[in-house]
Design a protein around this ligand. Structure first.
Ligand code: NDP
Length: 395
């Protein structure tokens, strides 16, 4: 069997590192390219261990030191620099599989480029899909690109739907009544709402069941992550929002459920470890060993499922609103959230300000049709500028 050639966009992040872990234990893959933005030290370390053909450092200011470090290291990886290089390694004709694991809107162009070039895309970078929605799915459909979600909940749905239709882009839903994503509820599920104003970045990043990057950890704490995931599922599976639901499941063992017409419910269960959905995406429709332990069902004595309290988590409400409005609303939601989360992590605003900034941005920028990538970038920029203004004037 010929080896599959893989590019990992965001190899220095949490999803990127889990992906490399799978490369370490399998000889089915050739690593074509890995990328980082600023974490030069880890990128070089990964080059030494995995010897990819290309490494990309996104931040151009680090080019010289990165060239120097790579020259001194014992590997013949070629270094490329900047955003265009990210697009190149996502679309190179030598590549079969692209793992889209850059965080936030920074991953949009490279992920779209992978979709244009007909790659199998293992999609973690949900923000790219939130921003470009229908355009992204249409691009993938036209090029023959297969999108396999590796967000654990979407992978769960994808696995449960396997008998219905094998590819996300073309699932047909005659038999499906409802798709349900589970949410751990994050670290503040039981915190008194009057205490939310005292939440620190350290508290928000201490997720009870998953180890993730900082941005998604804060999104999980505010439950914006679940909101983004509902929009992600809407596009990925081509399902109307009323057929999508979220429930709280603090143990993060059941990742998703599919309700069928006849009363059957299929659920996907696994220990919370990103290597499972990534492994599934890499070898689909086969499965490979992921190194993750099987569940011990006898040990799992207390699996809970609770309704989501949207008054406690206004970010989820805003995401539902953006999904309902459609058009540019999800782009504004996403951009304002990225800026607000960054400001929260830097200690510039409190946790409770995050939804307030998002709401104001969504109200003030009129909705329009995001018909091209240029329009999407323009809307994203306007939402970022307004968010920054609101943060700076202490809105
Ligand atoms: P991390 O913050 O851990 O990693 C982000 C990666 O993106 C790093 O490699 C980082 O490089 C790179 N990056 C950041 N900014 C830029 C930029 N401007 N240009 C190019 N590269 C950039 O994030 P996660 O791995 O946690 O998440 C990645 C994506 O996957 C997110 O969209 C998240 O929502 C999604 N996801 C994550 C899950 C998880 O378990 N972590 C689960 C499901 C989805 P550097 O290290 O140099 O900064």
């Amino acid at each position: 069997m010929a080896k599959k050639s893989v590019t990992i966009l965001g190899s220095t992040g949490s999803v990127g590192r889990s992906s490399l872990d799978l490369m370490r234990s399998s000889n089915e893959f050739d690593l074509f390219a890995i990328t980082a933005n600023q974490n030069e030290e880890l990128l070089i370390k990964q080059c030494r261990e995995f010897n990819p053909r290309i490494a990309v450092i996104g931040d151009e200011n680090l080019a010289d030191s990165c060239y120097g470090s790579l020259r001194r290291s014992d590997c013949d990886t070629e270094l490329k620099v900047g955003r265009d290089a990210l697009d190149e390694v996502a679309s190179d004709s030598a590549v079969d599989i692209v793992i889209a694991a850059i965080v936030g809107s920074a991953g949009l162009n490279s992920t779209i480029n992978a979709a244009k070039s007909g790659k199998r895309i293992l999609l973690a970078n949900k923000e790219a899909l939130i921003m470009s929605g229908q355009l992204f799915m249409k691009t993938a459909l036209e090029s023959g690109s297969t999108i396999i979600p590796i967000d654990s909940e979407h992978s769960g749905i994808f696995q449960c739907l396997n008998n219905e239709k094998s590819e996300v882009n073309a699932i047909h839903f005659k038999n499906v009544e409802k798709l349900v994503l589970t949410a751990s509820g994050g670290p503040f599920l039981n915190l008194d709402p009057s205490e939310f104003k005292h939440i620190t970045p350290e508290m928000a990043c201490a997720h009870p069941t998953w180890k993730m990057g900082k941005k998604i950890s804060v999104d999980s704490a505010s439950m914006m992550n679940k909101g983004l995931e509902l929009i992600e599922a809407h596009h990925l599976f081509n399902v109307d929002m009323p057929k999508l639901d979220a429930i709280i499941h603090p143990q993060s063992i059941v990742h998703a459920l599919v309700y069928f017409l006849d009363g059957s419910v299929l659920a996907q269960l696994a220990n919370p470890d990103m290597r499972i959905p990534i492994a599934y995406g890499l070898t689909y429709p086969r499965r490979m060993e992921s190194g993750v332990e099987h569940l011990d069902l006898v040990e799992l004595t207390d699996l809970q499922f609770l309704e989501v309290d949207e008054d406690r988590f206004p970010c989820l409400k805003l995401a539902r609103l953006a999904a309902k409005e459609g058009g540019s609303s999800p782009i504004l939601l996403n951009a304002a959230n990225e800026i607000a989360v960054e400001a929260f992590l830097k200690g510039k605003i409190s946790f409770v300000k995050i939804p307030q900034i998002i709401e104001e941005v969504m109200m003030k920028i009129p909705c329009e049709s995001p018909a091209s990538i240029a329009i999407i970038h323009d809307l994203d920029l306007r939402a970022r500028q307004l968010s920054n203004q609101l943060i700076n004037k202490g809105s």
